[in-house]
Design a protein around this ligand. Sequence first.
Ligand SMILES: [Zn+2]
Length: 391
Amino acid sequence: MERCACVERELDKVLQKFLCYGQHCERGLEELLGYVTRLREELGAAALQRTPLSATLSLVMSQCCKKIKDTVQNLASDHKDIHSSISRVGKAIDRNFDADLCGIVPAVVWESQEKQILVMAIIEHLYQQGMLGVAEELCQESTANVDVDFKRPFLELNSILEALRKQDLEPALSWAIFHRQQLAELNSSLEFRLHRLHFIRLLAGGPGKELEALSYARHFQPFAHLHQQEIQVMMGSLVYLRLGLKNSPYRHLLDDSHWTEICETFTRDACALLGLSVESPLSVSFAAGCVALPVLMNIKAVIEQRQCSGVWSHKDELPIEIELGMKCWYHSVFACPILRQQTTDSNPPIKLICGHVISRDALNKLINGGKLKCPYCPMEQNPADGKRLIF
Ligand SMILES: [Zn+2]
């Protein structure tokens, strides 16, 4: 924290100077323009009268030239001053943060194929955040080949969400009705919630909307068995329509939070249905990196200090386990108890017939004369009987 504060202080100084510089510049240039205009007028008049320059005019002219020179010099020195402040920010960053991340990131990350994955993650993030223009621009500049099929779900979800934020339920409702079957399979209550919001909006319209609200209530029929209680509450609220819902025990129905909730429900259920993650992979990785980076920097320093830099090979593994918190738990991983390496697609976990699990690399190393002896129990078996496990 202290490190950030130090850089922030330097940044503040630069901003302050920029502000002053802007004001100085403006004032200096205005003054100069004034001089030049006056000079031009007087010279023009002298030329018209075909008279040689008077002593006064010569004096004004030389004063003017001096003034111009001074102003330019002042601006240049101000500029230099700002420049030195900017370089102080850079130095503060260098001093307070370790710029050398090479030891932590394997160089292969920046090679063309891996880099393409990074570009795609950034593009996906931009689409997911609804920054469509920036995403398009990046696609063009990075010459990333983005399929129309890749973009389509993001564009669709964004336009529906945009409408929902403006309290326009129509696009979301047609989407939910179109995907009714799939949403039901996901146990989603999205369509019911959208109808409910439409109904509440009719209620908010007062007694004049009573008939319309009653007839709209027919939309709840398919959801009656799942949301009976909520439907009863809405029907009950009709009793207070003439008095005004605001002063009734049902005033919570008008709460604005329903609109925030519906946006969240829509995003969650639509992403689940389309096989997209609710949070962009880039922001998840970034958040995880913020937690992991300081730990990795420390490990790197220790490894260098003890002069055992060959210990960490970067091959799909970290030198130690880093706790990222429950939020980052997605799936289980398996580390081979023999080789102490995390298993991967190319080196998957294998379950032996005795029930013990080791990695394929370990299994291959343990084969002796076509037979395998389990390192734990130690049952002798045919290596081909082992079955791959998926975690
Ligand atoms: Zn065994």
